[in-house]
Design a protein around this ligand. Sequence first.
Ligand code: ZN
Ligand code: ZN
Length: 399
Amino acid sequence: MPVINSVAAMKDEVASWRHELHQNPQTAYEEEYISAFIAKKLTEWKIPFKKGIAKTGIVATIEGQKTDSGKALALRADIDALDITEKTNLPYASKNKGKMHACGHDGHTSILLGTAKYLAAGRNFNGKVHLIFQPAEEGGAGAVKMIEEGLFRDFPADAVYGLHNWPWLETGKIATRKGPLMASSDEIEIVVKGKGGHAAMPHMTVDPIVAASHIVVALQSIVSRNLDPVDQGVVTIANFEAGTGAHNIIGDTAKLVGTVRAFKPETRAFIMKRIEEIASQVAGAFQAEACVTVSAGGYDPTVNTDNEVDIAVAAAADVVGAQNVIADIPPCMTAEDFGAYLTQRPGAFIFVGQGVPGDPQSRHNHGLHSPYYDFNDDLLPIGTSWFAKLVESHMPLEK
Ligand SMILES: [Zn+2]
Ligand SMILES: [Zn+2]
């Protein structure tokens, strides 16, 4: 595989960082261990950096042998783990009870550190590279927080790139697409207020369960009846909490909690508006009231820009061969807060295959966020080579 030779030679070293980080997972804005690890490595390699951006975030800057091109790129890794109890029994499994790097962000961080070491050793480019180590991707909107704290003001960049390991894609393949790659994500809560009472005297009550049930059913019509059939969206009520536990009491309230996904900002806003209308009017029809709240910290859709996808695809083809690059993978309804960067700068996000479909028993086939998930270290040189080639092709030393 034509990964960069010196990057391939670093694989064991990068994997050892990955395993150490895997053993020490922490979640949103508490990623002290990994943040200190990154700072230690950057110091060792004499790479200047600013820490404490969005609490545990770090941005490092590497200058090329020349900088007169005036160009600059931003490369991003996420550093946080999840509230999951690991069940892999790996020798380097999590030492922090109830916390696990089950989305492979330990791998992404190691890839970006490998990129830092490689780029700083050669500086074979004309311009600057900003390496973003971002906290709180898994809820917590770390990308937005870094932007609010001046990320692109203090570290101006022409474009921003990122990657995610993808268990549903074969190792050795890379996939992306122009336009929307991943959806927006918003958490909604609908509280339906009725009037409780004796279950055998329903006429004396306003039953919130009946009203909420009709709301759940009516919400299904947003995607099926209100949305343009060629557009895409999801409205899922994932939780329905009601009742007191007793079989003979009608409670006062019912609570619905769910998620909304869309690829376009206007679709996202339209779905929210319809949820409000349906919830309040259906509740009203049953003499109840509904209050809809949308949690702060929803994620923007991840919308790649065409030119940067072309650059990302060319760099990917250099690393894994053109036949292994899928440039038009269908978009997916999961969300990623990388989308926030793409509202500020052009850029591209890619999926790097980590599955082994030829071996159904392979640990690397477990999905993201599974307690059995196991990052595939074969990705480390692929991801590092891709980042490095982006830099060297966007900002070549020789014209
Ligand atoms: Zn995740
Ligand atoms: Zn992730």
